[in-house]
Design a protein around this ligand. Structure first.
Ligand code: C2E
Ligand code: MG
Ligand code: MG
Length: 562
């Protein structure tokens, strides 16, 4: 090879400016003995460099280099000068003109003198972000690169592997609370932890927002050990350690979803969707956890989405397929009906008939419970008005979802409809289901107090399961406690359940609350519970929920005694 002895800067800049028309890269020459450096003039527009040529090159290069990468650069350059390193091929960060970091790939060819000492290095610097391949915040490959890598690996490759999609839990709150810069530093430290845990068989990518993806090879597709899970746990531990090292200034956790691929097995988009879905599941299951993609869970999810779509269509088509059934509530002392509970039914041409336990949660999840709940209130109240004409004390119980309480002006809806129809407060009672959320949420509490202020009757449904708290029931001034069916179901067999129901009933009565038992199915059940002195009973023993017309003919017309 011909040895270069000197170079002349003017010529060099001329050559660089000509070459800049052929490439977006920055070209450079580094003279080691003279500690001089020349780079394409356009570099001064991008990086923190005053001039395209300078003396004291090592010092200036250290200044333009991101502080965290200075050691990496210094070691490499020193190695070249000492003769221990013969290659310069680094990916690291330079500082941009406004101080932000820019990922570069720097590749140089070293030219040696007669004594084999490094004399010059000539090379090019590529701004990785400009090629859209590297994310400037984390230095990880971007999603666009992931797709092209996967296409190569999955569609034509011969390797087994997995995708592990990792998300930082509650990252939005981190950003909102501590600002974007802090958010970026959390992202960076998690990215670093992932990089440290992924070996040479894997590659890490930055996805949208707070999410990152690992693509790794595995030897055997059908291996028992879930290697994606193992990697997740390793990363999680590394993240915990790094938080501890930073003195717990802020605590964050990560969730992940994993899925596996075989050569030529999947379509890339399907694979990406699987990893995304698995991460979504991990977040649903309370975060700080890992979920492996399962086809049947995904199919169940798809089915839920389909049903939600059908529900939406029903709502749009004027509540087609929705209907209210009515179940008598019996006044135990008078042995005649007090009224009915309105219970929602839904029937769809495609999906068929589903129970409210299946479709009410879907209505809640999608927000459709708000229009449907409004429809329930109106339909039940119109029915109530009609039946009041036959029994002036007829009382309609209507279920309200906590979503309706929180996310719609349910009291205004109720008042408007009641006024329009001219229905008195004593003819209606609203049931809300007991839950921890109901008690701890200050918005719902406020709304329940508004019911009180307006003298609207309130009942607490499914009482006794999990969160029961009589003080709360008393404070909220409920009128009625409906004891959950679960207790009544075994009351004839379980002494414990019997005593619990007895205690709850006595306590409720001492607080001046009425008590209703749900789920009384047999004559034995009835005989057993009558001793406990409930005010009302609702159950299959008396009647199952039925259509309005059936209810009218069977339970309303006759002065039926139960
Ligand atoms: P819930 O409000 O506790 O309603 C009582 C449920 O117990 C009804 O089930 C009723 O059919 C059932 N039931 C009554 N007596 C017996 C019995 O003796 N044995 C048995 N095994 N079951 C009995 P359904 O109609 O399937 O409703 C289930 C739940 O769906 C309701 O429980 C309520 O939480 C919800 N739901 C129904 N309609 C509406 C509605 O319009 N709005 C809202 N938000 N939720 C509703
Ligand atoms: Mg109810
Ligand atoms: Mg109930």
């Amino acid at each position: 090879m011909r040895k270069v002895e000197t170079f002349d800067y003017e010529n060099i800049q001329h050559v660089f400016s000509l070459l800049s028309k052929c490439t977006e890269d920055y070209l450079f020459i580094y003279d080691f003995p003279a500690d001089e450096y020349a780079i394409s003039a356009s570099a001064t527009e991008t990086f923190m460099l005053e001039e395209p040529e300078f003396d004291h090159a090592t010092e200036i290069l250290m200044n333009v280099c991101h502080p965290e990468d200075r050691k990496l650069l210094r070691d490499n350059l020193q190695g070249i000068i000492d003769g221990t390193v013969r290659e310069h091929n680094l990916e690291y960060r330079w500082l941009g003109r406004n101080g932000h970091s820019i990922w570069i790939s720097c590749r140089g060819q070293v030219v040696y003198d007669q004594n084999d000492h490094a004399k010059y290095m000539v090379g090019r610097i590529t701004e990785l972000g400009r090629r859209n391949m590297i994310d400037n915040t984390t230095g990880l490959y971007r999603e666009i690169r992931l797709k092209s890598d996967l296409t190569k690996r999955v569609l034509t490759g011969d390797k087994n592997g997995f995708l592990l999609r990792i998300g930082i839990d509650n990252f939005k709150t981190v950003n909102d609370k501590f600002g974007r810069n802090f958010g970026d530093s959390v992202l960076n430290s998690v990215a670093e932890c992932i990089r440290e845990c992924v070996d040479e068989h894997g590659r890490v990518y930055r996805m949208d927002g707070d999410e990152m993806m690992v693509v790794a090879e595995v030897a055997d597709y059908d291996q028992k050990e879930d290697q994606a899970r193992t990697l997740y746990h390793k990363i999680r531990q590394r993240v915990d350690e790094s938080i501890a090292a930073m003195g717990y200034k802020h605590f964050h956790t990560i969730s992940a979803g994993g899925t596996y691929f075989k050569p030529r097995m999947q379509n890339v988009n399907t694979l990406l969707e699987q990893a995304e879905f698995a991460l979504h599941e991990a977040k649903q299951r309370g975060k700080n956890t890992y979920v492996r993609y399962q086809e049947d869970t995904y199919q169940a999810f798809v089915k839920r989405m389909d049903i939600q779509e059908r529900l939406r269509r029903s709502v749009e088509e004027n509540y087609k397929g929705f209907e209210l059934y009515y179940q008598p509530i019996v006044n135990t002392r008078k042995k005649k009906i007090l009224g009915a509970e309105a219970l929602l039914r839904w029937q769809d041409d495609v999906v068929g008939r589903l129970s409210p336990a299946e479709f009410v949660p879907l209505l809640e999840e999608s927000g459709l419970i708000i229009p449907v709940g409004r429809w329930v209130i109106r339909t039940a109240l119109e029915q109530c008005l009609c039946w009041q004409k036959k029994d002036k004390n007829f009382r309609m119980n209507i279920n309200l979802s906590s979503i309706q309480l929180k996310k719609s002006d349910v009291i205004m809806d109720i008042e408007t409809i009641m006024q329009e129809l001219g229905i008195g407060n004593h003819n209606v009672l609203f049931e809300v289901t007991e839950s921890g959320e109901l008690e701890s949420d200050s918005i719902t509490q406020k709304i329940l107090f508004s019911f009180r202020k307006r003298n609207l009757n309130l009942g607490i449904d499914d009482f006794g399961t999990g969160y029961s708290n009589f003080r709360y029931v008393k404070e909220m001034m409920f009128d009625l406690v409906k004891i959950d069916q679960a207790f009544i179901r075994n009351i004839t067999k379980s002494q414990y359940d019997y005593l619990v129901v007895k205690q709850m009933t006595e306590l409720a009565h001492s607080l001046n609350l009425k008590v209703c038992y749900e789920g009384v199915e047999t004559a034995d059940d009835l005989e057993c519970v009558l001793d406990l002195n409930p005010d009302y009973i609702q159950g299959y023993y008396f009647a199952k929920p039925t259509t309005a017309s059936d209810f009218e003919t069977r339970y309303l017309c006759m002065e039926q005694k139960f």
